[in-house]
Design a protein around this ligand. Sequence first.
Ligand code: F6R
Length: 244
Amino acid sequence: MNVIKVKDYQEMSKEACKIVVEKIKELDRPVLGFATGSTPIGLYQCLIEEYNKKNVSFQDVTTFNLDEYVGLAPDDPRSYYYFMMDQLFNHVDVPQENIHIPNGVTSDLEKECHDFEESIRKAGQIDLQILGIGPNGHIGFNEPGTKFSSRTHVVKLTESTRNANSRFFDSIEEVPTEAITMGIETILECKEIILLVSGENKAETVAQLLNGDITEDFPASALHKHNNVTVIADEAAMKYVNKD
Ligand code: F6R
């Protein structure tokens, strides 16, 4: 696992932005995987700036998102679909038909998971996947205990994750109890992975990721099984890790 230590959130976002822009320029038909949450917002702002400066185009980019809440429609401002349109896709030239985010309001969730996997396969796998990490080590919505062999599936969200995400809702009761997420095995099939981490509240999580065991009790530890993972972490997140 390659680790890049940067000064702060802004540098983390810039560093990730540089890698994503290079990947888009390098490939004819790049397939990118995106995450939601607070962590990648700076990256998305930087990508919009690069697009506005005409340094990059998303015309030939295909995108897949890690996850979506069950029960929230795409036009619900709290859905991950809405988040991605608002934070990135509405501001760049990615064709609408190239955007893939699990549909959390379908009557057949199992079929949705299967179709999502099929779309990734048809796109020829994800060239570069952006990840954040939950305080409990979750990636996507793969909570502790998720099998490393999991594919895209429906999950029950833990109380800790619902609590962490309740900041986007009026009350904890409104946070959905289920989500669709790419599985760990699906994530490990991405050709390259960038994990972004910022802030002191993730410092123990980063220490466990870099120094702890590989175990299904800490989902992000599965990333040690992948041969092209870069963690971009700021000084606050690296507080308990010795690396200059
Ligand atoms: C979001 C996702 C989650 C987040 C994680 C960290 O699509 O898959 O795993 O990356 O919960 O969230 P933030 O960035 O808000 O700390």
